[in-house]
Design a binder for this molecule. Sequence first.
Ligand code: NAP
Length: 213
Amino acid sequence: MSDKSKKYGIMGGTFDPIHIGHLVIAEEVRNKFNLDKVIFIPSGQPPHKNLSNVTEPEHRYQMTLLATISNPYFEVSSIEMDRAGKTYTVDTIKKLNEVFNEEVDFYFITGADAILDLPTWKNVNELLTLCNFVAATRPGFGLEKMQKGIEKLEKKYNRSIYTLIVPALQISSTDIRNRINNNQSIKYLLPESVEHYIYKNNLYKSSENGGLF
Ligand code: NAP
C-alpha cells in the first residue's frame, strides 16, 4: 500500500457525542503517521448496537461538523449515514477506494475496545487488506488485555495493528451523557459549540432524543 500518493485517516465512531478525546486522537494520529487529512465518519446504524440507544444520526453528524470545523485537516463525511440499513466498515472503505480511485492509503482509527471485536466484523479478512488499523486507548484501561488481544489478532490475520495510548481518552461519551442526565457540568470535555448544540436540542436529557435513558 506504500506506493500510494496520499494517506488519509478515517475516524470511525458513533460520536454520541463527539468530545475532546476524539479530537486529540485524530490530531495525534495525523501527526504520527503524517496523514494528509482525517475524515470523521459518524456511524449510520452501527451493526453492533441497538438503534434505540443511539442518538439520531443527523444530530451526531451536526455535532461532529461543529467540533471539527476549526481544523483545516479535518473533514466529516455522511457516507455511512446516507446508507440505509446497518453500516459495515468494509463497505465504507470499499466505497472510499472507489471515490479516491485507489490512490489513498487509509488508516482506520477507532477505540481499542472496538478493535478487539474485529473477528466479529463483516468480511474482516478483506477489510484488513483494504486499510491499516490504529487502535486508541486510555492509559491503564485494560492495557495488558488490549495488548494481548491485539497481538492475537495480528497473528491470526498476519497484519500489524498500530496502537496509541491517549491520555485525553479519559473523557468518554458515556460519561458525558450521564453527566448531562444528572445535571452535572460538561464544560471543557467537548468543544463549546457542541455543548451549546446539546443544550439547544435538549439531547441526552430524556427519551425525546431517540431514547437514551
Ligand atoms: P464504541 O463501542 O462506541 O466505542 C468503543 C470504544 O472506543 C469506546 O470507549 C469509545 O469511546 C471509543 N471510541 C469510539 N470511536 C473512537 C475513535 N474514533 N477513536 C478512539 N476511540 C473511539 O464503538 P463504535 O463507535 O460504535 O465503533 C467504532 C467504529 O467501528 C465505527 O466506525 C463502527 O462503524 C466500526 N465498527 C464496525 C463493525 C463492522 O463493520 N461490523 C462492527 C463494530 C464497529 P467513546 O464512547 O468516548 O466514543
